[in-house]
Design a protein around this ligand. Structure first.
Ligand code: E4P
Length: 219
């Protein structure tokens, strides 16, 4: 499973990229709003310099034709890396179809039902992003949606890739991987938690102490 980082924070991206396990980046207006004082173009260029993979940038226009124009400008930042994030709605679906015609990759965001995902795949979305955590937040089971989408995409052989999004904790990542999600986009704090296990920490400490004992005894 590919792992994307769900952030627009350059420091987080730098640190995660050094680990060598980041395959791409997803941003959204809320994440960008946390990076005050910087322009989108500058943030995107910095990200592209750090991560050699797709980076999702979201359009905010309301009409499909305007989304297309806005998306084309974003795409010009880097044809190799930029993916246009388009919200799930009628105009968004029309826009995804137009982007597909122009061979511009898209990530259909804010997917909360299997039917929405099916429509986005049919429209030609490169990626679809079911929001797992936000469904869990309202008492639904985000993983059921993910599983349904994986089955639909697989059954009909759509080329669309699924990004498990709105990931809240490491268990979400494990579950997404077990279900066969193509990608999970993970916030940096969740990624850091994925490295840790108390028994690993304890084990490293015990091995260190025993090694020191061994060195002392062999002197
Ligand atoms: C996905 O691309 C979105 O940026 C993100 O996963 C939304 O997650 P949230 O529910 O934590 O805002």
């Amino acid at each position: 499973m590919k792992i994307f980082l769900d952030t627009a924070n350059i420091q987080e991206i730098k640190e995660a990229a050094q680990m060598g396990i980041i395959d791409g980046i997803t941003t959204n207006p809320t994440l960008l709003a946390k990076e005050s004082g910087k322009e989108l173009q500058m943030i995107a260029s910095e990200i592209i310099h750090l991560v050699d993979g797709p980076i999702s940038l979201e359009v905010l226009s309301q009409k499909a034709e305007e989304m297309l124009e806005e998306g084309k400008r974003l795409f010009d930042i880097s044809h190799k890396h930029v993916v246009i994030k388009v919200p799930m709605c009628e105009e968004g679906l029309r826009a995804i179809r137009m982007f597909a015609f122009h061979k511009i990759p898209t990530n259909c965001t804010l997917i909360f039902s299997a039917n929405q995902g099916l429509l986005a795949a049919k429209a030609g979305a490169t990626y679809i992003s079911p929001f797992i955590g936000r469904l869990d937040d309202i008492g639904e089971d985000g993983m059921v949606l993910l599983e349904n989408l994986i089955n639909i995409i697989d059954f009909y052989g759509y080329e669309t890739q699924i990004i498990a999004a709105s990931i809240r904790h490491p268990l979400h990542v494990t579950q997404a991987a077990l279900l066969g999600s193509h990608i999970a986009t993970v916030p940096y704090p969740v990624l850091k938690k994925m490295f840790h296990h108390p028994l690993t920490t304890k084990g490293i400490e015990v091995f260190k102490q025993d090694w020191e004992k061994f060195i002392q005894s062999s002197n």
